[in-house]
Ligand binder design. Structure first.
Ligand SMILES: Cc1ncc(COP(=O)(O)O)c(C=O)c1O
Length: 440
């Protein structure tokens, strides 16, 4: 219904108009025509200055644009492994190729199972499917949004080739139990740390706890090169296998005119331009990470006081959260039954950009199609596929998908006033939840 028509034709509209006159427009939800809590822009993103410009121009003018000729990618690999406390680093074209390369170097293929969480970006699962391996999902821990480590042990089978936790939103998965199960069964852990630059578990950086840690430097990430990725590892033999895999199977020592191959693979290399941007962007990562964490901790203190809002919890072993996302669960009960979709709309109208996050990955038609394909039936047999599809239902994950609300990391780069705006907007919506619900 058009807003003006709505206001003049309903009892609620009349009440709102009266409210407008009585208490001023600031109390009326922006979705119902009131003044938004916030009109200012959020902290800008991406951030860059002369350092990025110089770095890019140097590469351009040098004519050495790929890693085989230049030195930026190698320099970045040294700097990133040092900053993260890992012995080795291999830069890749993007985070997906870091995951694909790690699984390829570990020999993951047809007939293997890889354990993954369902609350993640689709790339985690695509990296498994591209190798014709079987993704086995362990349900989500509703409190933390991470893979439920308590359910991991029961999902391991003799076919499990890799356990791949995701540090979702920049918060750490419960690594004590994940590493314990992995070491009991001698299964390598590949951490999908694509969202978790600088996060820590008991003082160790994300991506350095398992066999490999994979990162993304795509434009929305806390460390940004537009596109980019990296693998960290302390295992030299493994990182050399990754090198060969990401270089069409050609090992590091192979020269231009030597066409011999260590393995299969693909071209998943990072360019020198990406390397140059990353070297400049990296200098800001520590300060930006601290700012995100300080703002997020303050925001959580405030939001915990609001009925119906439950910020994602962290495990006790987590010593640093990268806050790539700020995530909380929304309960309509605290908001007069206002559905999440209207809450999100109302918050956006107040100038607080937010979204509902992932939808249930295990219910995606593409996944069902893949698991029901003749190739998968031949590889795994209908009995195992049916078992896995049953196990992949993940009801807790569906709950999280239905209740989540997200803010992006860039909203955490400003000052405390930005956080207060978020809190004020939520309180304003809560106060007028009845009116918003009636309008829906
Ligand atoms: C959890 C997770 N894994 C993997 C990826 C893939 O990274 P990229 O987009 O750099 O390929 C992303 C990127 O959004 C991600 O969030």
């Amino acid at each position: 219904m058009e807003r003006r028509h709505f206001l003049h034709s309903t009892a609620l509209g009349a009440m709102l108009l009266k409210g407008l006159r009585l208490s001023g427009a600031t109390d009326v939800p922006a979705l119902l025509g009131g003044t938004p809590v916030r009109r200012e822009k959020w902290a800008s993103w991406p951030v860059f200055n002369q350092a990025e410009e110089n770095g890019l121009l140097e590469v351009l003018r040098s004519g050495m644009w790929w890693r085989g000729e230049g030195k930026r990618v190698a320099e970045f690999e040294r700097a990133y492994s040092q900053m993260m406390g890992s012995r080795y680093c291999l830069a890749t074209a993007n985070g997906t190729s870091a995951l694909v390369t790690s699984l390829g170097a570990l020999g993951v293929g047809a007939g293997d199972e890889v354990i993954v969480p369902p609350y993640t970006f689709v790339a985690t699962v695509n990296a498994v499917l591209i190798h014709y391996a079987l993704p086995v999902f362990v349900d989500t821990d509703v409190e933390t949004f991470q893979m439920n480590h308590r359910k991991l042990r029961a999902s391991v089978t003799p076919a499990t080739k890799v356990i791949m936790p995701v540090h979702l939103g920049g918060a750490m998965s419960e690594m004590d139990e994940i590493l314990e199960v992995a070491s009991e069964r001698k299964i390598p852990v590949v951490e999908d740390a694509c969202q978790a630059h600088m996060a820590e578990w008991r003082g160790k950086k994300s991506g350095t706890l398992g066999k490999a840690g994979c990162f993304s430097f795509q434009g929305s990430k806390n460390l940004n090169a537009g596109e980019g990725g990296a693998i960290l590892s302390n295992d030299e033999e493994f990182i050399e296998s990754c090198y060969a895999f990401h270089n069409n199977g050609r090992a590091r020592k192979v020269t231009s005119y030597n066409f011999s191959y260590a393995s299969n693979g693909a071209n998943l290399r990072m360019t020198e331009f990406q390397g140059a941007i990353l070297l400049a962007q990296m200098r800001r990562l520590e300060a930006q990470s601290s700012s995100r964490e300080q703002n997020a901790r303050y925001l959580s203190q405030q939001l915990r006081k609001i009925e119906g809002i439950t910020p994602a919890a962290e495990y006790s072993g987590s010593t640093r959260n990268a806050y790539h996302l700020y995530m909380f669960r929304y309960d309509p009960q605290g908001f007069a039954g206002l559905p999440r979709s209207i809450f999100i709309k109302a918050l956006n109208a107040e100038g607080i950009g937010c979204g509902g996050g992932y939808s249930p990955l295990t219910e995606e038609p593409f996944l069902k199609q893949r698991l029901e394909s003749s190739a998968y039936k031949k590889l795994y047999g209908e009995k195992r596929l049916n078992e896995v599809m049953e196990q992949n239902r993940c009801p807790d994950n569906v709950k999280v998908c239905n209740e989540a609300v997200w803010f992006t990391q860039t909203m955490l780069l400003g000052g405390r006033k930005d956080m207060d705006n978020i809190v004020d907007a939520i309180l304003k919506i809560q106060k007028r939840a009845d009116a918003l619900k009636a309008q829906a």
